[in-house]
Design a protein. Sequence first.
Length: 383
Amino acid sequence: MARKVSVGVVGIGTVAELFYLEAIVKHGDRAELTALCDVVPGRAQAAADKWGAKAAFTDLGKMLASTDVEAVLVLTKHSQHYEHAKQVLEAGRHLGIEKPIAATIEQATEIVELAEARGLKLAAAPAMAFEPVARRAEALIADGAIGRVAAVRTHMTANPADRETEWQRIGPNLARIDTPPTDQTWMYQAGEGGPLFDLTPYQLIPPTRLLGPIRRVGALAGIAVPERVSGSGPAKGQRFATTAPDNVVMLLDWGEDRFGMVYSGYLPANFRGPHTEYYGDAGVLAVNGGAGVDNIELYRTVTGGRESRWEAVGEPNDGWDVVDRAGAITHLVDCIADDAEVQLSARQALHILEVIDLVHKSNAGGRFLPTTTTFELPGTLPA
Ligand SMILES: NC(=O)c1ccc[n+]([C@@H]2O[C@H](COP(=O)([O-])OP(=O)(O)OC[C@H]3O[C@@H](n4cnc5c(N)ncnc54)[C@H](O)[C@@H]3O)[C@@H](O)[C@H]2O)c1
């Protein structure tokens, strides 16, 4: 029988209850949910009772010192990722971490280098590489379905402080979440949240898997809704200011005349039209036909356009469950047990964080800026 990897989780908030804890429990043949930690008294204990974890803590240092967890999943606020990731790695534990790895490129670089120097595994969320639609899109493009990709367009909006709208956008299978929502107003604060940290990684992981590192970045980033009212959680009804850009347009240059157009915003959390479209010299691939519909449509140019049409490719969702989004920990567990290379690339996440950093700088300076980071994708994805 395969050995079990002992797992700890720090930050038992929205996303922990949304899918991570359930995913670890469902991965019970390889993972053991050993310890949970949250600074709010009683929160980790309540989740430990619900999900069957052995121990609960309010301090990460104590959890690391008094348990034998081999891997720790960091699910705290973005500005805390650096401190918590560093603590985990310095204690010699493997790291799974939600996006972004840290709130600054310098801090994130330190974390990735620390993991590499210590020979510890680092799995960077989100697990887009495993999503069936993303994999199908990669396979179709590799097979030449749309010819040479010349441009990518991607659009994503959300509104995390209004849980009902947010749930509606993500899909009805999240209605089962019965935990009280947290105060998510931090997601709108400069240096802490905003769509660039929250949404842009989802948008840039698939195209950078296909086209590789981005060479240059140009952007407009502003605040469209300076004052908001929280729609859910302990802060429901409270007015708060938006200080992180909530309205961002990026132009990306992959070199060799290949371009990207990206919109990331905290505007009403829905949109019509595909999440991502790839434009090639022989067709178009539309990935995800709107909020919560995970499908692919292919438009191929045939015989001078006379027979050209859109066709659906594969089934929507393809068995993809909300817990499959938890690959940053389930895949990490598998890689520890099998001593395999992690596919959720920390170097790719670092590159995307540099692009995000350049968005702010390009917006401030009004010009295109070159990237300096690069990455190579690890080997073939597991079947
Ligand atoms: N909310 C979502 O739908 C969603 C989806 C995908 C990814 N994410 C990512 O997940 C991460 C967490 O987001 P969230 O929405 O769950 O946040 P959240 O605010 O709901 O939860 C954060 C938790 O961390 C706890 N915490 C704060 N300081 C702590 C400390 N010092 N030690 C231990 N615990 C501490 C808080 O009490 C809270 O329970 C972020 O990186 C976010 O980008 C969120």
